[in-house]
Design a protein around this ligand. Structure first.
Ligand code: SAH
Ligand code: SF4
Ligand code: F3S
Length: 483
């Protein structure tokens, strides 16, 4: 009898996606109801995200699935019954943070019989990490990677039905599953994946190994998602990809990123379009033209330079030169004088000399970035740079890093001060964390302004006079005057 039922159940499991996952959401929900009954209270979850905006977007998908299953969100991970870490491995310190916090979680788990811990994201794509977890962190319940995140409900239901750790890691994938639930962090803005993976293999970077080969999402699916978001109150979208400028190249016939942008501009209700990240080698004149003409595409480009030295850029496999980059910046500025430019810079790449570093400083002074993320080179096992000779000594790197940071910050503060006194449109994002008589709004160029207001303004666009620049943000006031 029991056996027959089991067979019937197996037969009923849908084989197509996303139907299969909705089936497992129901199944996990039934288990959760049982677990809640035992505990005598609703069970809670907490998703902690490390790393970039891709991970942040993936976490929204995890939250969407968890809420559909019936878990209730708990902000404090030490109190939650189900803790999920969505991990990053782009630099060594990202990994160390995960291990540190995991040790602490293990101690808490001993005291809570209902507690479960799941690990997912980029770190899980590294075999040595999974080995280490299996050996030294046996209290982890569920481990999965970046390619099968859509299977979260299925994996969770499997874990609920057995008491063994469930581990499912795929090496790569060519599939993209559409139409799964997701829960946005902000009601008025949303990230939208337009592509997954990366094919660039910059020699220092682990992302292509942990995120797999580049795959673009079908433009129709992207537009459908944005139309739905708009109908649901979203007015700002951030298009996400490791290299958005190579979007659609594999389609037959190819679709360019600029063409995709033009389609997205037509979606009613969308007022702001952002995107990241742009690889300088693929940024086309067509894109500059479309941006310059657009009223919706924000005047902001994140254009990681990584190094200003042509010699180092070559060793990094970035496929542009210092001069090529500066020329690109000039073309962009000519078409859009008011554009805000931001960047990523790595200090201490193997073989970097004082002269190479001076080239980086030179680019910083010439481009005058509105802001820059600066990183100390971190050796990632398995990447070509990890085995390059001439790794730069730590003391040298630290000194260079400080010099770069000082320069970047001085220039950013000057660049920010240029807009002092002007009136700009801000999208109100939140009540100010430190002073609840203020709200915080984001300008088109991505800078923040704090000004008097209240919760009711969240999600609306208002004109703000930027009275005072405080380095990286403004203090302002609302005004009716048009900019
Ligand atoms: N796809 C994006 C970047 C993704 S990773 C691009 O190509 O621009 C984000 C940033 O982390 C990179 O721009 C780089 O500056 C930094 N980064 C990547 N690998 C690193 C490493 N091994 N050490 C230090 N910084 C690194
Ligand atoms: Fe890494 Fe380069 Fe790909 Fe960016 S483009 S994710 S830096 S390999
Ligand atoms: Fe980190 Fe993965 Fe993003 S390694 S930076 S979370 S793609």
């Amino acid at each position: 009898m029991e056996k027959n039922r089991e067979i019937r159940e197996t037969e009923n499991i849908p084989v197509t996606e996303p139907e299969r996952q909705y089936y497992f959401i129901e199944k996990a929900a039934a288990h959760l109801r049982e677990m809640s009954r035992e505990a005598g209270r609703p069970l809670t979850f907490c998703v902690t995200t490390f790393g970039c905006q891709m991970n942040a977007r993936d976490s929204e998908k995890l939250v969407g699935i968890l809420e559909k299953i019936g878990y209730v969100e708990e902000e404090n991970e030490e109190k939650a019954d189900f803790v999920i870490y969505n991990t990053c491995t782009v630099r060594e310190n990202a990994n160390l943070r995960v291990y540190g916090r995991l040790g602490q979680l293990g101690r808490i788990k001993k005291k809570n019989p209902h507690m479960m811990i799941a690990l997912c994201g980029c770190m899980m794509q590294e075999p040595e990490v999974v080995e280490k977890l299996k050996k030294s962190y046996r209290f982890v319940d569920l481990i999965f990677g970046t390619h099968n995140i859509y299977k979260f409900a299925e994996l969770l239901a499997t874990r609920m039905e057995s008491d063994r750790t469930v581990i499912d890691i795929w090496k790569d994938t060519d599939r993209i599953v559409e139409d799964l639930p997701s829960e946005r962090k902000y009601p008025f803005k949303s990230g939208v994946n337009i592509m997954f993976g990366c094919n660039n293999f910059c020699s220092y970077c682990i992302v292509p190994y942990v995120r797999g080969r580049e795959r673009s999402r079908d433009p129709k699916a992207i537009i459908r998602e944005i139309e739905r978001l708009s109908a649901d109150g979203v007015s700002e979208v951030m298009l996400l990809g490791q290299n958005v400028n190579s979007y659609g190249k594999t389609f037959n016939p190819p679709v360019t990123f600029a063409q995709l942008l033009k389609e997205i501009e037509k979606v009613e209700g969308i007022r702001r379009i952002r995107f990241m990240t742009s690889h300088p080698k693929d940024l086309s004149d067509e894109l500059i033209e479309v941006m310059a003409r657009s009223k919706k595409i924000c005047r902001h480009l994140h254009l990681p330079v990584q190094s200003g030295s042509t010699r180092i850029l070559e060793k990094m496999n970035r496929r542009y030169t210092k001069e090529g980059y500066l020329d690109l910046v000039e073309r962009i500025r000519k078409a859009m004088p008011d554009i805000s430019l931001t960047t990523d810079i790595i200090v201490g790449f193997p073989g970097e000399t004082e002269a190479d570093f001076e080239d980086t400083m030179d680019v910083v002074r010439k481009v005058r970035y509105d802001s820059a993320f600066t990183f100390i080179y971190s050796k990632r096992t398995g990447t070509p740079a990890a085995v390059m000779e001439d790794q730069v000594p730590e003391e040298v790197v630290k000194k260079r890093f400080q010099r770069l940071l000082d320069e970047v910050q001085t220039i950013a503060a000057e660049a920010c001060a240029v807009h002092e006194g002007t009136v700009q449109e801000a999208l109100v994002e939140s009540v100010n964390e430190h002073d609840d008589s203020l709200v915080t709004g984001r300008l088109g160029n991505n800078l923040l302004v704090h000004f008097p207001g209240d919760e009711s303004m969240i999600g609306s666009y208002v004109n703000v006079r930027l009275n005072e620049c405080r380095g990286f943000y403004y203090i302002g006031e609302r005004t009716e005057k048009e900019k």
